[in-house]
Design a protein around this ligand. Structure first.
Ligand SMILES: [Ca+2]
Ligand SMILES: [Ca+2]
Length: 322
């Protein structure tokens, strides 16, 4: 609020919150002094507990006002109030507190396996699947092996890997997380990869790279960008013919490249690192981390040791525990 009408500097007092003169981002609860023409921001923090009212009262001189909020009486079972990965409606069934970040995936095999279903398949695990993986862990299996199993499962891999390859082939960059998860969801629910590539090929990002080229130039450039080599004459003639004859659109053609065995082998580690980040950290890798881990796999280190390293990060830990 903007202060006017004070004849002289007045006291400013807050109860149930904090304030910042000048809205600098530095908040205090200590009584202070404020003058005409200054601004003051008040910070009000709602309760974490259910059915709880919080009042924040700001007093300037003899004038005061109160902001009040009351949290809901019940939690939405599908939401995750404490942001620990376990939906509110599931917390009680695994003896967790829906208002405490207590998803101990590191100490509790059941919680770890349940989280893999959410992270990679976007759903709660069915009993048979949960039992399978919990007993796998109980008989000497490792957490990284479980995670690798989920990454390699057809339900996850067949949705994410083709879309990730398409991003790399069409845009020559790390897939952004929002786009990757959106399009993987589309692929999982029946949209064809060719239709997704059509959408990609219509984007300004694609058009600005290739829009000015004729079909022969386009195919030549795609060979260079995607496969890292000049086209062989037969390949160039084949693909340019498909485009010239209207058999394929450019978007459809890109699937032929992104799903080729040659490209799949060359981009495999980039795709794997992208999928590890998407499932385990819910984000795209930054360029530095991406190139580090791709080089790590390129050097012959195992996917399991990559996954184990991610499990050991503080970022992964903080998804589930304080
Ligand atoms: Ca939760
Ligand atoms: Ca919890």
């Amino acid at each position: 609020m903007f202060i006017t009408g004070l004849g002289a500097a007045g006291t400013v007092v807050v109860a149930g919150g904090s304030y910042s003169i000048g809205c600098t981002g530095t908040f205090t609860t200590v009584t202070g002094s404020i003058n005409n023409g200054q601004t003051v921001c008040v910070r009000h923090t709602t309760a974490l507990a259910l059915s709880t009212t919080t009042n924040t009262t700001l007093t300037i001189g003899t004038t005061s006002d109160t902001f009040s909020s009351t949290t809901a009486a019940t939690l939405d079972p599908l939401l995750d109030a404490d942001n620990d990965g376990i939906p509110n409606g599931v917390e009680a069934s695994v003896s967790r507190n829906p208002l405490v970040k207590d998803n101990d995936v590191f100490g509790n095999a059941q919680l770890f396996v349940m989280q893999q279903f959410r992270d990679f398949l976007g759903r709660e695990g069915e009993v048979s699947g949960l039992n399978y993986w919990v007993s796998f862990l109980a008989t000497g299996g490792t957490r990284e092996q479980v995670t690798a199993g989920f990454i390699g499962s057809s339900e996850f891999y067949n949705a994410y890997a083709p879309v990730a390859r398409l991003y790399f082939a069409d845009f020559l960059r790390i897939p952004d997380y929002a786009g990757l998860t959106y399009w993987a969801g589309q692929l999982r629910t029946g949209t064809s990869l060719a239709a997704i590539s059509e959408a990609f090929a219509a984007s300004p990002e694609f058009v600005s790279r290739y829009g000015g080229l004729d079909n022969t130039q386009f195919v030549t450039q795609v060979y260079q960008n995607v496969l890292g080599r000049a086209p062989d004459p037969a390949g160039l003639a084949y693909w340019a013919g498909q485009l010239n004859g209207g058999t394929l659109t450019r978007g459809q053609l890109m699937v032929g490249f992104s799903e080729s065995a040659e490209y799949g082998a060359s981009i495999a580690n980039e795709v794997y690192v992208t999928m590890v980040y998407a499932g385990m950290l819910r984000r795209a890798p930054l360029p530095g981390g991406f190139s580090f881990w791709v080089s790590y796999l390129d050097a012959g280190n195992s996917q399991l040791s990559l996954i184990a390293s991610i499990i050991a990060t503080s970022e992964y830990h903080s998804r589930f525990l304080p």
